[in-house]
Ligand binder design. Structure first.
Ligand code: ZN
Length: 138
């Protein structure tokens, strides 16, 4: 069995943002040489997410508005976690949007359903953060 590991680094200049990382995961898959197997992609930080959905900017705006309604950043005093921090909302947003995705690899390609793309979701940006890509298979 082949095994491949890579860390992807991001530094989102704003507090929140979504980045399409599908191409980078495809590059990892090429490097791995795996034709049949699984790829795991996970955020290595508890205030960021990796998720699969549509590559459509209106939807990304909808996610941001919806998450901000569920867990508004302000006022930061509303959260007990914000005891010297201001990122409680980012932890809650990450929990809703998820930690990781797993995608099947078939014939050397990511075996997506219609319109599926992989995104990094940042909820407490303006610093360097990592995503882990782990690929196993033959
Ligand atoms: Zn925190």
């Amino acid at each position: 069995m082949k095994s491949y590991r890579k860390e992807l680094w991001f530094n989102v200049p704003t507090r929140r943002g979504f980045i399409n990382i599908t191409h980078q995961v495809e590059e990892c898959l090429k490097e791995s040489g795996v034709k049949e197997g699984l790829v795991l992609v996970n955020a290595m930080h508890i205030t960021a997410s990796v998720f699969i959905n549509d590559n459509e900017s209106g939807l990304h705006n909808d996610f941001d508005v919806w998450l901000e309604k569920l867990a508004p950043h302000e006022p930061v005093s509303q959260y007990r976690h914000n005891n010297g921090e201001d990122n409680a909302d980012a932890h809650l947003k990450r929990q809703v949007m998820g930690r990781e995705v797993i995608v099947a690899i078939t014939n050397g390609r990511l075996d997506f359903g219609p319109w599926e793309q992989i995104f990094y979701g940042e909820f407490d940006g303006r610093r360097k953060k990592r995503v882990l890509v782990k690929i196993i298979g033959e």
